[in-house]
Design a protein around this ligand. Sequence first.
Ligand code: SAM
Length: 232
Amino acid sequence: MNAQRLSERLTRVASFIEKGSIVADIGSDHAYLPCYLVHQQIAEKAIAGEVAKGPYESARNQVRAEQLQEQITVRFANGLQAIEKEDSVDTVTIAGMGGPLIASILDQDIDRLITVDRLILQPNIHAKAIREWAILNEWKLIAEEILQEDDKIYEILVLERGKMSLTAAQLLLGPFLMEDRNDAFRKKWEKESAEWERILEAIRVAELSKDVQMKKDEIEEKLKIVKEALSA
Ligand code: SAM
């Protein structure tokens, strides 16, 4: 992967960014996504935010090597602190992290989203945490995508401002994704179900503490949701 040839995962993230956007990519690592967006004339300007020294240096070097310093600002910052009001950022991307980490990054400096009207989030796991955050903070899903690249399955959630309510099944599986139920969706939830079945089998014979009983109930509830969705 490089700024000219992105991974399929990041190409799909890019596909949800409107032409002429001002984008902040939080946790940008090599800044491949912002460089690609500017090269393709999708983003007018971009911020690449990084909290770790190594990836921050990589992002800076990449932007310099591509001679994109005019259009891309690389900032060493924690989460949304990379965004200043004067940047007029309208789109934020956060990709390649767990859903709970993405939700906590959004939550921590939510006031920095004041100029932002679209979030494109790509959690590697636990997308449910993002859907829960969105409901609480009045963002609504306008699109979702699930895809397999190499051996991994990724979800992409696209949010705009607005209220939404989701059923327990939609929270876990994604309202758009469970409508579509494509091959990647089936594969992901069949694998998760098999893992849950294995856990239930392992604790079936054990003496259950209150915590384990709660975990068991939670897994059984999720299994019920997934089985219903996969058999529909
Ligand atoms: N976004 C790129 C992608 O999808 O290929 C890089 C993903 S990489 C697995 C995650 C990056 O997020 C790391 O470089 C890490 O340093 C950065 N990161 C994690 N927490 C962060 C935070 N709170 N603020 C900014 N960057 C963060």
